[in-house]
Unconditional design. Structure first.
Length: 688
């Protein structure tokens, strides 16, 4: 080997362009050919002009043992010649390490398979012109690209080999043999794959290979027998970018999977970011919009209401369940769905002292079909009415919806009637909630407002436009009805608004009846305003337990099917289960649209369990399933991915079951509510 050293010294001047290099051991030259073939077969590149294999650097001279070094250009990154994204990351020019390693593994594996299967490297000869015509320039490596300078004699025939779908030219004089000459090929690891920049933006990918070829003991420098020239059919389509080896397909698959994971990761990071943004997005809760992630603790703090503490619940229990008016605390109370209050203690004081109180709630009839979320305050109110055995007034704010919804066009006067009609339709659903017919008065603002008018005037005089604008966000462009409306929602908080129903006309002491308002927390602004001016409406302030102020009990929002952000809208068909939905619709909506907090795969679900906090099916079960023990079990099992309720599918099925029953029963009760029945409930009469 030492004598070869002199020959590899780089010629200082271009004296004569003659390729002169030491003759590699047979195992090395055979390995080089096999590697050139496998690289082409794995990457799908045809080794040719653009993607030429470099001259082999004769590292076998310097290094101990039979080693070689060369590189193969894979063409422009993302270019057509390189079918695989070899995973260059960023702009630092370095190949992604894992991908580089995987590619080297694949090449090594394929090369050794070829050796093990003893796929012979067929050698044949042809004139240069003929070979180029037949196989194209792809057969050459860099050293061979230029035809040797014509000498007088006819150029010697070109040595070619065929290996795994590829024909390669062999430089003059190498001692290659069949694969039998080489026992194994080992690729040296390290930073051998790189991405180089050629030109402004064109990035070229290059694989650098350093290998060690172990030869057979008795390997000699004999050439294999010449074979038949390989027919074009065998090697077609040589120039097409096509992965030709199984190892290449495996590699591609690994890369695709990896790419998928990277994409997924990017996606979930992006999602996280938007979610975070949404979280940080200011929470908005007012009667007209509910936005952002609701932080109920913060809400209570901002609004200045109070959390319903266990002691207060115990007191509520004592004056209701213990007195035998109701069998148990409502699940909405047990589960903290009604979670906040104002002056609930004072109401309980009154109940304890057997002093009269009344309940007030309401609904703005914006659509004829009510959904499950709309039931929440009414179900709570029904329970409270039974628990306290007290009168209840229900305000239907058809005026509100008329004033707040949509544009008022020249000929849209009729849509006031439209909302008035919705009142009747919604009243059917409300009546179906099981209130006490003798103690419940449902009224439409449009026809009852006259009785409340004295109180409305008093509230109007007590509240400035600036205050209303500040609370509700109105401004000079708001129609004057909007600015006037809060007084109308405030008025029923005063018993004196019901001279007949609460008998205040005959018994002025009834003016001091305390009022409790169950509502969703977004309605609180109306009643903060009411409470601020309440004392002005009461004749004898000291006689009223709350100096005229209504007490409140607030619920959290019932989450839309798509997820726990904000409140449900009747306008999005698929965000809610309507009380008119069929069993099929319920099943379909839950299965297809209920946001799942479960994991993506069975394995992960069983390992980690679901995120109950965001899982709509579980959250809905909290609202509508009565059995505490079963709910707890579902929470435990689903939350940990174990037991009967380990999966989203099973929990959804349970929810569908529960909802079907509720909706069926509701529909049956609603069917009984004829026009006459509605009229009777909406007739002004004494509830005492
Ligand atoms: N503004 C409520 C809505 O849009 C209706 C309403 C009127 C109300 N009075 C109420 C709700 C008292 C709760 C309590 O639905």
């Amino acid at each position: 080997m030492s004598e070869a050293k002199a020959e590899i010294a780089t010629p200082k001047k271009k004296v004569e362009r003659k390729i002169s290099k030491p003759i590699p051991p047979p195992a090395v030259s055979t390995a080089l050919l096999i590697l050139r073939g496998t690289i082409a077969g794995i990457t799908g590149c045809s080794i040719g002009n653009e993607t030429a294999a470099s001259l082999m650097q004769p590292s076998f001279v310097k290094d101990k043992g039979p080693t070689g070094k060369f590189s193969v250009g894979l063409g422009k990154r993302n270019g057509s010649l390189c079918e695989l994204d070899v995973g260059m990351e960023g702009d630092d020019g370095d190949a992604d390490k894992e991908t580089a390693a995987a590619l080297l593994d694949a090449i090594e594996k394929a090369a050794n398979r070829i050796i093990a299967e003893d796929l012979s490297v067929v050698r044949f000869q042809m004139t240069r012109e003929e070979a180029v015509a037949k196989y194209g320039n792809v057969i050459f490596d860099q050293s061979q690209q230029k035809p040797p300078k014509k000498k007088k004699d006819v150029p010697p025939p070109l040595d070619l080999v065929y290996i795994e779908g590829l024909v390669l030219a062999v430089s003059p004089g190498p001692t290659f043999s069949s694969t039998g000459q080489v026992k194994s090929i080992e690729l040296q690891r390290g930073n051998y794959m790189s991405c180089v920049t050629a030109g402004k933006k064109a990035r070229k990918c290059e694989i650098g290979i350093k290998f060690k070829a172990t030869g057979l003991e008795d390997s000699s420098s004999t050439l294999t027998e010449l074979g038949e020239p390989v027919s074009m059919d065998v090697i077609e389509p040589l120039t097409a970018s096509k992965i030709r080896l199984q190892e290449g397909n495996d590699f591609a698959l690994v890369q695709q999977t990896k790419q998928m994971l990277i994409n997924k990761d990017k996606e979930s990071k992006a999602n996280e970011a938007t979610e975070k943004k949404r979280d940080e997005e200011e929470m908005v809760v007012d009667p007209f919009s509910v936005q952002g992630k609701i932080d109920y603790t913060k809400l209570v703090k901002n609004f200045g209401s109070k959390v319903i503490e266990p002691e207060l619940l115990q007191r509520l229990y004592d004056v209701t369940v213990k007195r035998g008016t109701v069998p148990y605390l409502h699940r909405f109370l047990r589960r903290n769905i009604f979670f906040s209050h104002r002056d609930l203690e004072a109401i309980l004081d009154q109940v304890e002292k057997n002093q009269p109180i009344f309940l007030y709630t309401g609904r703005g009839p914006s659509s004829s079909a009510m959904h499950l979320g709309h039931l929440v305050p009414f179900l709570m109110t029904q329970w409270l009415q039974q628990a306290f055995n007290c009168p209840l007034v229900i305000q239907m704010t058809d005026d509100e919806k008329f004033l707040f919804k949509g544009e008022y066009t020249e000929n849209a006067g009729y849509n006031l009637d439209y909302y008035a009609n919705l009142t009747v339709e919604n009243a059917r659903d409300i009546i179906a909630c099981g209130f006490d017919p003798d103690k419940t008065f449902i009224f439409s603002d449009l026809d009852y407002v006259g009785q409340m008018y004295p109180n409305i005037c008093k509230i109007w005089k007590s509240v400035t436009t600036n205050t209303v604008n500040g609370i509700f966000g109105f401004d000079g462009s708001s129609n004057i009805g909007k600015i006037a409306f809060p007084a109308i929602q405030a008025a029923p908080s005063f018993a004196s608004s019901f001279p007949v129903a609460l008998n205040v006309r005959n018994d002025p002491s009834k003016d001091n009846m305390a009022c409790l308002i169950p509502c969703a927390i977004d309605q609180d602004p109306y009643f903060r305003m009411t409470r601020d001016v309440a004392h002005k409406l009461i004749i004898n302030q000291n006689e009223h337990p709350l100096r005229g102020k209504p007490a409140l009990i607030h619920s959290k929002f019932f989450p839309p099917l798509q997820g726990a952000m904000g409140k449900m809208s009747s306008s999005d068909e698929n965000s809610a289960i309507f009380l008119t939905d069929t069993h099929e619709q319920i099943e379909k909506k839950i299965k297809e649209h209920a946001f799942s907090g479960g994991q993506d795969t069975k394995k992960l679900q069983q390992e980690l369990g679901a995120n109950l906090e965001v899982d709509v099916s579980y959250q809905w079960l909290r609202f509508f399933m009565e059995d505490d023990d079963e709910l707890e079990r579902i929470g435990k099992e689903y939350g940990s991915g174990t037991g009967e309720f380990w999966s989203t599918g099973i929990v959804k099925a349970k929810l569908v079951d529960v909802l079907k029953n509720i909706v069926t029963e509701h529909q049956a009760r609603r069917k009984e509510v004829s026009d006459e029945v509605v009229k009777a409930w909406m007739k002004e009469r004494c509830l005492l």
